[in-house]
Design a protein around this ligand. Structure first.
Ligand code: SAM
Ligand code: SF4
Length: 329
């Protein structure tokens, strides 16, 4: 699939549920209204849609959410999608997870063909973790999951959203801790998505500043490594590990965008930071064959916009109304 700006679309992210067992302050409101169950695609329907994308040339699939591992029977979907790795359709099947369920799924994930995971963890301090997840997250459980994942042979990358006043004193420890465990670490700028009962203007911490602060303690040297996503990496001389920076706000990376995002209701978003979408559920349910879905996908790729319009301004309006948990990070 090639979009109007000549970009090859080979990467699909799928939000398998908008539900989550955490309520991270930058992601959700305290009192979230989730989608009614009847609007959500079945696991079979999600698998069919993923299959259509693979037919159209998608080589990398990332399952996300919400929390992908809290969806009932999600391992069935993961195992079935994993079969495409063996048959040459997919290069990679991976997940972004908050780690709360890893302690029970790590081995199954490896057996299904998953080799790398992104685990979101904004601090190594249990109390602060509790605060950021609004009292729902148990860091010890997540650590247990990380140990299980490492033992199973899964490669881990930790994602940390950088937030003023919340975890800005945790960055050096995250670099040290990840370096010692052999995990990559990626910092992410807060993006203005959905209403989260807070003031993003106050939370927002540009990664240019995070990097400047890290350099007081660590020697960072840029490296050209790419992992298929938008992160730019630096090597940390003292730990030998890598630190990545995802900077949608301070440095726009849209020109190299290779991905689209599917929600659990079958809406395809061609850009995380735009409202335009395509309804693949209607096409999917119209017929048993794949022709209607493939046509709908082609039409949608033809509408992929050039880039996002994220701005964090003083009016504090989210740039897009939907939460990150709907489109999937
Ligand atoms: N529940 C899983 C998790 O937390 O990893 C997967 C879904 S979560 C929406 C995916 C990623 O998006 C996480 O790394 C999270 O920190 C990030 N995220 C959520 N809301 C965000 C926001 N407003 N700005 C930037 N990143 C955000
Ligand atoms: Fe849940 Fe992930 Fe959003 Fe946190 S960032 S509330 S874990 S979906």
């Amino acid at each position: 699939m090639i979009d109007p700006f000549g970009r090859h679309i080979t990467y699909l992210r799928v939000s398998v549920t908008d539900r989550c067992d955490f309520r991270c302050v930058y992601c959700m409101a305290e009192d979230m209204t989730f989608l009614p169950k009847q609007e959500v695609l079945s696991l079979e329907e999600l698998e069919r849609l993923c299959g259509a994308f693979i037919k159209r040339g998608v080589r990398k699939l990332r399952l996300t959410g919400g929390e992908p591992l809290v969806r009932r029977n999600v391992m069935t979907l993961i195992r079935n999608l994993g079969r495409h790795i063996g048959d040459g359709g997919l290069d990679e099947l991976t997940l972004t997870t908050n780690g709360s369920q890893l302690y029970r799924f790590a081995d199954d994930l490896y057996d299904a063909g998953v080799r790398r995971l992104n685990v979101s963890m904004d601090t190594t301090d249990p109390e602060r973790f509790h605060t950021i997840t609004r009292g729902r997250g148990d860091l010890e459980r997540v650590m247990q999951g990380l140990d299980a994942a490492t033992a199973a042979g899964l490669k881990i990358k930790i994602n940390a959203v950088a937030m003023r006043g919340l975890n800005e004193d945790a960055f050096d420890e995250l670099v040290r801790w990840c370096g010692a465990r052999g995990y990559d670490l990626t910092f992410i700028e807060t993006m203005p998505m959905g209403d989260v009962d807070g003031y993003r203007v106050d939370q927002y911490l540009p990664l240019t500043e995070v990097r400047r602060r890290l350099e007081a303690l660590w020697t960072l040297t840029d490296v050209p490594d790419r992992t298929g996503g938008p992160a730019r990496y630096a090597r940390v001389a003292e730990t030998g590990g890598r630190v990545g920076f995802i900077t949608p706000m301070t440095h726009n990376f849209c020109e190299s965008c290779n991905r689209v995002r599917l929600t659990c209701t079958g809406q395809l978003y061609m850009c995380l930071g735009q409202e335009d979408s395509a309804d693949l559920r209607a096409a999917l349910r119209r017929s048993e064959g794949d022709d209607a879905v493939l046509a709908a996908i082609d039409e949608a790729i033809g509408r992929k916009p050039k880039g996002h319009d994220f701005i964090i301004d003083r009016h504090n309006r989210p740039a897009v109304g939907r939460h990150m948990s709907v489109t999937g990070g």
